[in-house]
Design a protein around this ligand. Structure first.
Ligand code: 5GP
Length: 116
């Protein structure tokens, strides 16, 4: 598979589709998931092209994890989450639906039962 520049997250990066921005730096962009599985469910993506973790460069992966770390602390501090789960699906068979690398940051809350 080659990287499709018309995927939804590429369009978000180009500003062609709106998104609820949470954080941005030179290499990454973080925004709310449109169908959150938990309060504060957000996504971290690299600005450069990468289909998924298997396709990404070590530099893209490192930049994304740095931003995941920032977002993880933000949901703990800002939303009072008790913990965070990070998910990354690579390839359709694993559940990947959008073919631009993304990490899910899923907050968990004490006393709240989550299906995520
Ligand atoms: P995955 O590819 O890991 O299965 O998940 C893709 C994620 O992207 C899903 O959680 C889905 O809700 C989210 N998503 C799909 N389309 C959009 C969109 O247009 N905007 C935003 N913010 N999230 C989206």
């Amino acid at each position: 598979m080659t990287y499709d520049t018309e995927n939804i997250f590429a369009k978000i990066l180009r500003g062609e589709i709106p998104s609820e921005k949470l954080y941005e730096d030179e290499d990454t962009y973080a925004f709310m998931d449109i169908m959150p599985r938990a309060e504060g469910h957000c996504l971290v993506i690299p600005k450069g092209p990468a289909i998924n973790m298997l396709d990404a460069t070590p530099q893209q992966l490192a930049a994304c994890i740095k931003t995941v770390h920032i977002l993880g602390h933000a949901v703990m501090r800002g939303l009072g989450a008790g913990g965070v789960k990070v998910e990354q699906y690579s390839e359709a068979v694993s559940g990947q639906e959008v073919f631009h690398l993304h990490y899910h940051v899923l907050p968990f809350y004490e006393g709240k039962r989550m299906e995520n």
